[in-house]
Design a protein around this ligand. Structure first.
Ligand code: EZ4
Ligand code: CO
Length: 402
């Protein structure tokens, strides 16, 4: 089999998605997600100008060699743009393999290690009371694990809480908006949120929380300690991950489990955190960490150190990545949990898929390949619109991590 053509689709059914379609000489095609939120067109250009011309004529079954060709062969390695492009190629090729062999991708990754993939939902409210209600709504929907975020008194907006009544979507069309941040107010408030949630729902529901890289190590250590009575499943992205020794400081102060890595692109971003056992869950995703070929290596390395996976799964990861994450999560041994932020109805219509949610778990379905398609004529009705993630400043105006 040979690759004959590859096309990039950019559409915006509610939010932007970049999709790679690789076609072969025997009529089978594969799909890969290449969406990099707020920087979509950089990946489009990388794919069309630099990657696609090198793919034509290659054997789509050679996933390892093609991965190395695109990674090592470029000389300029790593980074989110490059790795999202490589991921899109890799995932498309695994989709082709599955279709050609008439089997779901999870069978190529080790077969089923479990019946379903445990997922966590994202609950939010502008007040503690609203957030508690939203946790309740998700428990009613059947979720066994819920991440809770609430507005902070004294701050106009924060990560994970929409401004209106719509579902949470971090990217906004137009130029970047700006929010204000105070770690002091957040640290004072957040333990109360989890106290109220535990009071309302008891110990059975798994609770998670995302700090979204906003704290210093000692601030995160304080939060981790203050949250210990509420037995969180994890504290997500407590600190920015550039200076990784900060996780050591945090780790030495708290038993609250720690997850990080949604912005990581390769094992080289994660290996120290893993082998020093400073984290419990690695959040690298199929789309932002080089596809199945690379993510499998990260997961296998993590398994040696008792680190489990907790792949990123926000709405900017397309239904193709959701499907990929489910095939991956059902197959690998050290799966931990999978994030699930449901897509809008428009997005689900543009990307018809075989996966489904039932009683706290998700299932990839048994279709050959990934079990996701793209309706290109419907997609063309939703043209790309420039969008950005917000910018964050401290109360005195200093730019800080969003
Ligand atoms: O802000 O995916 O866990 N989920 C998250 C996300 C990220 C977005 C950024 O594009 O932290 O909501
Ligand atoms: Co996060």
């Amino acid at each position: 089999m040979k690759i004959t053509n590859a096309l990039v689709n950019v559409c915006s059914p509610g939010r932007n998605f970049v999709t790679l379609k690789i076609e072969t000489d025997d009529g089978i095609y594969g799909l890969g997600d290449a969406t990099l939120n707020g920087r979509e067109m950089a990946v489009v250009s990388y794919l069309t100008e630099h990657v696609i011309p090198c793919l034509i004529g290659r054997d789509p079954f050679q996933t390892e060699d093609i991965w190395q060709y695109l990674y090592r062969g470029a000389y300029w390695r790593r980074g989110p743009v490059t790795m999202a492009a490589i991921a899109a190629v890799d995932v498309s090729l695994w989709d082709i393999k599955g279709k050609a062999l008439r089997t779901p991708v999870y069978n190529l990754l080790g077969g089923k290690s479990r019946e379903g993939v445990l997922v966590y939902a994202h609950a939010h409210g502008s007040t503690v009371e609203e957030a508690v209600d939203d946790v309740g709504r998700h428990v009613e929907l059947g979720y066994l694990a819920v991440r809770a975020q609430s507005g902070v008194p004294g701050l106009e907006s924060t990560y994970g809480v929409p401004k209106g009544t719509q579902a949470y979507e971090p990217a906004e069309r137009g130029l970047p908006s700006e929010s204000r941040w105070s770690s002091e107010l957040y640290l004072r408030h957040t333990p109360r949120l989890f106290q109220k949630i535990r009071e309302a729902f008891g110990e059975d529901v798994h609770l998670l929380h995302d700090c979204h890289h906003r704290l210093t190590p000692i601030e995160a250590a304080r939060l981790g300690k203050d949250l210990e009575p509420f037995h969180l499943f994890w504290m997500e992205d407590p600190i920015p991950a550039e200076l990784q020794v900060g996780f050591k400081l945090l780790r030495e102060h708290t038993t609250t489990p720690i997850a990080t890595g949604e912005v990581f692109n390769t094992i080289w971003d994660a290996h120290d955190l893993i082998r020093r056992q400073w984290i419990d869950y690695i959040r690298t995703s199929v789309v932002h960490a080089g596809g199945f070929t690379h993510l499998k290596k990260i997961a296998d390395f993590a398994a040696i150190y008792n680190v489990r996976t907790g792949c990123h799964g926000a709405t900017d990861l397309s239904p193709i990545t959701m499907a990929a994450a489910l095939h991956f999560g059902i197959a690998i041994h050290n799966f931990g949990i999978q994030e699930h932020m449901p897509h809008s109805a428009e997005t689900d219509e543009v990307f018809p898929h075989a996966y489904r949610f039932d009683a706290g778990y998700m299932y990839p379905g048994d279709a050959p390949g990934l079990g996701v398609d793209i309706d290109e004529s419907l997609a063309s009705k939703y043209p790309y619109q420039r969008a950005y993630l917000p910018i964050n400043r401290k109360l005195d105006g200093t730019l800080t991590d969003w």
